[in-house]
Design a protein around this ligand. Structure first.
Ligand code: G6P
Ligand code: ZN
Length: 588
């Protein structure tokens, strides 16, 4: 069989504009004839690395891509189509994850380890999946990170003017998928001779976990983790929420570290994630939360963790104890240089958090003399810091934590950080009963650094105009500059009131209007932002933080401690008057 190229005419589709999380739409939108083809062809027209593309710089004549997704509905179909488009667009080789599965951090790792041209990830992250839910597609560049705007803007321009797409055909039977013989069931290499230039197009089905697991093995001390897993006073539950991390969880926790199978929950990837939201937080991972609560489960484990649909988010739990992502980041940073081999020998010199993330890590950075950066929401803002060695560990309140080992957030990495800290802190802790658990670790941390009480209220699917008016109202309030009502309730003067602006210390670029904030003298903060990731209407996020060092108050209930700040924030924003909402849709 020889591969030929067939060209089909097409009209541009509206709305194929990507953000940093790629193009996310309903499955039904992607299923329109030509829709996926138009978008992927636009990427191929735009990529400078594709020979003959409008931007071919002549330097790269053999693009090699990696392709895989989170296993959601339409994943396998999309892979078949993308392989045909790749072959017809002078891509030399595509590595495909076994069963079409690759978690987002693994794609980033594979691109970097194998020095590939880039990768295509099929995911809508933590959004629900299934025929009536979401699908998504995202391009990552050769540094392993999501395509920056300089790429995505060009993708979008192509989607506006595309007239045709190219697809590989079997010259002997033009209507057949020439790659029908490719099985995604096991690793194997397939070569297809191209008629056009006497070269071969290669499809290599790869083990989805090998590269990623060996990277993690170089970062963590798996021997020490194995010892932790053998302790009779330690147990854990890992919940993959039916997302892509299930098989990775099995490979790492069971095969490599010796966990029994019943430490895994929902580790079989499902196209609709079992009907749930594959989002690891107190609302959508409520089952895991109750399994980890000794009041509800007599066998509650010492440690609980979950990750999202594509494996870049994480949630960390102890026995009846939830670790806020902001605290998680701070605890990881405080312990990394001791407990994690990758960070030993002074490798950790800087850390970063997104602006709405509570300021817990700031205190660690100050004490340990680390560089500290506060960036706008969005993982992309960490990229320059990571690539230039200014920061090694980054995190966000939105359940994302990672390091410079890749250029994506990494859920399993965060979980292994916590396990490593538990393992390290418990070396020699015998007999049974003296185990230092998650809660004790975090409480000890608070005693040293103080506690940053934090909550986030989400008001999803608000009317976009109403939400915009509320934000303008807050800006007007800042213009007047009279914060006496706020200051009276909080008992502290406002020392910063602005709409957050970030200047990137590496390239000098400026990001404006990144969130309205009121910062008080004691470090308490009220922040309002409109989400940049919602798909319907507007999502208002209200972030509330209070810093406490008084040892008699650091163990208080978070909701109670924050209630005054919450009330006054709702008052000054007039959120209810603008949006009609009396309660948030999600609290984290
Ligand atoms: C994604 C991004 C994160 C971001 C989160 C929430 O997960 O990767 O960087 O923090 O969305 O963003 P949003 O704009 O909805 O608050
Ligand atoms: Zn995700």
């Amino acid at each position: 069989m020889k591969l030929g190229i067939k060209t089909f005419s097409i009209e541009p589709f509206d709305g194929q504009k990507t953000g940093t999380s790629g193009l996310r739409k309903k499955v039904k939108v992607f299923q329109q004839p030509g829709y996926l083809e138009a978008f992927v062809q636009s990427i191929f027209f735009a990529l400078p690395e594709i020979p003959g593309s409008g931007f071919d710089d002549g330097a790269n004549d053999q693009p090699v891509l990696v392709l895989g997704g989170d296993g959601r509905y339409f994943n396998k179909e999309a892979i078949r189509t993308i392989l045909r488009l790749a072959a017809a667009n002078k891509v030399k080789k595509v590595l495909v994850g076994q069963q079409g599965l690759l978690c987002t951090p693994a794609v980033s790792a594979i691109i970097r380890e194998r020095k590939l041209t880039g990768g295509i990830i099929l995911t809508a992250s933590h959004n629900p999946g299934g025929p009536n839910a979401d699908f998504g597609i995202k391009y990552n560049t050769r540094d392993g990170g999501p395509a920056p705007e300089s790429y995505t803007d060009v993708f979008y321009q192509w989607t506006r003017r595309i007239k045709e797409y190219r697809i590989a055909v079997d010259l002997d039977s033009q209507d057949q998928d020439p790659f029908a013989c490719v099985s995604l069931d096991r690793p194997q290499v397939y070569e297809f001779p191209m008629q056009e230039n006497d070269s071969n197009f290669t499809i290599e089905v790869i083990d989805s976990a090998n590269d990623y697991v060996s990277l993690l093995q170089r970062i963590f001390d798996f021997g020490l983790l194995r010892q932790l897993f053998q302790r009779s006073d330690f147990s854990m539950l890992f919940d993959a929420l039916h997302g892509v991390t299930g098989p990775y969880g099995k490979r790492i926790f069971v095969d490599e570290l010796g966990a029994p199978m019943d430490w895994l929950r929902n580790c079989h990837p499902l196209e609709d994630f079992g009907g749930g939201h594959p989002d690891p937080n107190l609302v959508y991972a409520a089952e895991l939360v109750s399994c980890c609560d000794p009041k509800e489960n007599a066998n509650a484990p010492e440690f609980g963790a979950a990750s999202d649909g594509d494996g870049d988010r994480n949630m960390i739990l102890g026995r009846g104890f939830f670790v806020t992502p902001s605290d998680s980041l701070a605890v990881i940073v405080a312990n990394a240089s001791d407990a994690i081999p990758y960070f030993r020998n002074g490798r950790l010199v800087g850390v970063a958090r997104s602006m709405p993330t509570a300021s817990a890590v700031d205190k660690v950075a100050a004490k340990e003399n680390l560089n500290f950066f506060e960036t706008p929401t969005g993982w992309k803002y960490f990229s320059n810091l990571l690539s230039t060695g200014k920061a090694q560990i980054c995190g966000e309140e939105s359940f994302g934590t990672s390091s410079d080992h890749i250029r994506e957030k990494d859920g399993l990495w965060a979980i292994l950080c916590w396990l490593s800290i538990l393992a390290y802190r418990n070396v020699g802790k015998t007999p049974v009963g003296s185990f230092i658990g998650v809660q004790q670790l975090v409480e000890e941390h608070w005693k040293i650094y103080g506690r940053n009480f934090f909550t986030r209220y989400d008001y999803e699917e608000c009317d976009a105009t109403a939400a915009g008016n509320m934000m303008s109202g807050l800006l007007q309030y800042q213009e007047h500059g009279d914060y006496s009502s706020l200051e009276k309730v909080v008992g502290q003067p406002v020392i910063v009131a602005d709409d957050f602006t970030y200047k990137d210390p590496v390239d000098g670029s400026i990001a404006k209007n990144q969130g309205i904030r009121f910062v008080f003298a004691d470090g308490s903060r009220i922040i309002f932002r409109l989400s940049g990731t919602g798909s319907t209407g507007a999502t208002i996020r209200m972030y509330i933080e209070k810093y406490e060092t008084n040892p008699s108050k650091i163990f208080a209930d978070a909701a109670e401690t924050l209630s005054d700040l919450i009330h006054v924030a709702l008052d000054v924003s007039r959120l209810e008057a603008f949006t009609g909402r009396t309660a948030p849709t999600v609290i984290t």
